[in-house]
Design a protein around this ligand. Sequence first.
Ligand SMILES: Nc1nc2c(ncn2[C@@H]2O[C@H](COP(=O)(O)OP(=O)(O)OP(=O)(O)O)[C@@H](O)[C@H]2O)c(=O)[nH]1
Length: 581
Amino acid sequence: MPLMAATINFDEALAELEQLQHTDLPSAITKLHELEADFEHMTRFQQGRLLVFKGTSFIYAGQYQEALVTLIQSENLVQNSDYLFSAYSYEATAYIALRNFKDAFVVMSKSLGLIDRIENIDIKRAAYLRLASLYSAMGIKEEVGSYAAKAESLASADDVKDICTAKLYLSVYQLELEAFTKAFDEFQYTHDFFESNGFPLISFIALKGMGESKLRLQEYSAAVALLLKALKGYESFNFQLEINSVHSLLTEAYFALKQSAEVVEHAKFVTSLPNDPSYTELKHTVFKVLAGLNAENKQFEQAYEFSKKEQYYNQLMFDEAKMKTLAYQAAKFNADEQSREINLLNKERELYVAQQTVKEREYTNMLMFVTILVGGLFFLGILLAVGQMQKRKFMRMARMDALTGILNRGAGQELGENLFVQATARGGDFCVILFDLDFFKRINDSFGHGTGDWALKKVVDSLKSHIRNGDVFARIGGEEFAILLPYADEEKGMEVAEQCRARIEAIDTQHSGHKFVITASFGVSGLMADDLSLDPLFHRADMALYAAKANGRNAVVRYSDILKCDKQATDLRRHIASPSV
Ligand SMILES: Nc1nc2c(ncn2[C@@H]2O[C@H](COP(=O)(O)OP(=O)(O)OP(=O)(O)O)[C@@H](O)[C@H]2O)c(=O)[nH]1
């Protein structure tokens, strides 16, 4: 009756089923049938797991063809999971049983290819154990030993079960190597462990191994006792292949013990088996024993018949061994080819990685180079900019009067010339004002040079704000200054000069720490028709300044006024030569 799909947790049920498989096969099979009724309610993966188990149960029952169909069906459903390894390895078991060694090796190499992808170390260990078991079934002794050893090496001290299973295969290997005493000891070790830990099926396998070891050691009674115990165990699991194998071993043991009736009884199980390749070896053994038994009983005709059958199965075994060897060699060749290809790919990959590393290094170097270059250029740029700023600063400083901060003589004259050319080229006017502080020597002498400096700065400060943008204000001598007015006529110059004079006179000197009056004399000259440069204007303004000095100082004189009185000018020059303070 189908279980209620809604109420059942299939994952749990499948886990339980897989557990039962090792401990109680009949119950596991009952559970399998129950779950099968709910097959379509399961996920694809759950269906796959169920089919893997179903395939396994077919193998236990000796239905290898059915097992293969089921397991191949499960492959797609359990894709990308560790169950795929199980499916492949059980398929290999079925192929081996069907003596299809070629396909057995194909699926074995597929499962082998999956091992590397298995991350879980426990599953990986179990996978190696499965392979050991398959190679054992194939009779490839070295591989049994090698995979069992791999599994053992992956086990930690706590993984006693897997250590024992590995030992089981290693003992099978010892048996193959005919190291019977050693094989018996290892079989016993594994048997004791599995029996006491609730893994009866494996304990029966070990028991059979113990029996076979004793048989080969010619300890026949002990062999019989052990084999009978193993037989009982296998029967409880209905493990047909192993049951028949034990019957065959028992015929050998009883024959050695000369218990003819028992020989015949156990031989019957084997001789009545269908003509299936998986029974060839067993039949060969049993017919050989029967031939011997009949010969001993002097029933030569019977003995001859059995002997002929023995020969027949011997030939089959020989052929089978040949097939196994060929299949094994073909598989090995393929594997070697594969690993050669993998090595080649690995080498290519190494080359690629090396090339990438070189490229990365080149890139890093280039990056470093660019960084250094850009950094260098940036640094150079900064240096240049700083240099330019310094240069400008020095140039500015070279043009400035250090004490008052206005243009010095050279810069004032140069700028004045440029402005003069510009203005006159446009038909504009130009006016030059020269002024000189009066009796400045007295200030220095009376109050010291510091006060003289203070007075010079104060005069400049008081006039700077009054001078238009575009006009030129320069210190052209110790206490002598020039104001150049482009686009201004003499009238305008007079106006400006008068304002400047008044401002200088109004300077409050008490902040210098002394009380005195500052005055200045001004000479003004406007543009005349013949003027081609600034020089004649300067010259005329200078003359006017002298006139102002002569007129009693603190005055503004224009050049045109002096022309009115040539005589006055002559007097002036004389006066300038000997000023009276
Ligand atoms: N403190 C100071 N004095 C200066 C500076 N440059 C020139 N002098 C002085 O200015 C004085 C100019 O004197 P003079 O040329 O005789 O003219 P003055 O005393 O002003 O008399 P007049 O021009 O005739 O009114 C000198 O004593 C110079 O030493 C300066 O930068 N600082």
